[in-house]
Design a protein around this ligand. Structure first.
Ligand code: CP
Length: 305
């Protein structure tokens, strides 16, 4: 089941038939994981290039490759690579294309994934480009919603927190826009509202979206997708301090509620730890879903699924 594109840099690269194919293969990969893995990608090498911090995305990409019998080479942190010495991203991609079969790259600059993909002669997957996009997170988010709520069409999702800089919510809006009758409630401080380019896209897709300043408006939705305020994107630290914990979800909010709570993680206080033991709390299961989704993507993009 090959995919109709060479690189995955944006959720906008994906059509509904692609997301459905990836979710189908991810379910097969969950079965592969239950049996302890496979040798499907034996002999293949993933270049895992993380020029901005990551725990989940990097480790789940590397786990995914290893569970499929492949191997991983890494470069992490700008200061430990030759980019720090002034090498261009294009030259780095020329080199890495000679070492590996596929690249997963995170980089702090918006648009860096497209720039790198143009220079790479092997498939490249965007693992987060600054405040831009995080398409593989959006895919694992879709997979999680489908598993937790049994559907994607007709879902009502509240997105909470930093909707301006949070790349995960941008990419998730683009993917949910492919489904029918999806409704969005955007809950954020006025300074951190969803960018107009995303809301315009939702208008084109005829998805209803409303803006709210009240956390309670998310509690009657199917899914509440909470995000951290992205400290690293603020020029003025005082603005971050003022905005960072305007919404804190606690177990009290969730008493008697059926809403599924998701978060791309890391959290920095916006979901109280008292929520973790509730059945609503899906965020650690969500992080686990990164492995079968990234196994599916690696296998499909290497034409091995
Ligand atoms: N969700 C996510 O992107 O987490 P990391 O920053 O740890 O990769």
């Amino acid at each position: 089941m090959p995919l109709p594109f060479r690189h995955l840099t944006s959720a906008l690269d994906l059509k509904r038939e692609d997301t459905e194919a990836i979710l189908t293969v991810a379910r097969e990969m969950d079965a592969v994981l239950a049996k302890g893995g496979s040798e499907l990608l034996k002999g293949k090498i993933l270049a895992s290039l993380f020029y901005e911090p990551s725990t989940r995305t990097r480790l789940s990409f590397e786990t995914a490759m290893m569970r499929l019998g492949g191997q991983v080479i890494t470069a992490d942190g700008l200061q430990f690579s030759s980019l720090y010495k002034g090498e261009t991203l294009e030259d780095t991609m020329e080199m890495v294309s000679r070492y590996a079969d596929i690249i997963a790259m995170r980089h702090p600059e918006l648009g860096s994934a497209d720039k790198a993909a143009k220079a790479a002669s092997i498939p490249l997957i965007n693992a987060g480009d600054g405040p831009g996009q995080h398409p593989t997170q959006a895919l694992l988010d879709l997979y999680t919603i489908q598993k937790e709520r049994g559907k994607l069409d007709g879902i009502h999702i509240a997105m909470v927190g930093d909707l301006k800089f949070g790349r995960t919510v941008h990419s998730l809006c683009y993917l949910l826009g492919l489904y029918k009758d999806v409704r969005f409630t955007f809950i954020s401080p006025p300074e951190l509202m969803m960018p107009e380019k995303v809301t315009k896209y939702l208008d084109e897709k005829k998805c209803s979206h409303v803006v709210s300043g009240n956390l309670d408006d998310g509690l009657s939705c199917d899914v509440m997708y909470v995000t951290r305020v992205q400290q690293e994107r603020f020029d003025n630290p005082a603005d971050y301090e003022r905005l960072k914990l305007q919404y804190v979800l606690t177990a009290d909010h969730l008493a008697g509620k059926d809403v599924t709570v998701m978060h791309p993680l890391p959290r920095v206080g916006e979901i109280a730890t008292g929520v973790d033991a509730l059945p609503n709390a899906a965020y650690f299961r969500q992080a686990g879903n990164g492995v079968p989704i990234r196994m599916a993507l690696l296998a499909m993009m290497l034409n091995k699924a």
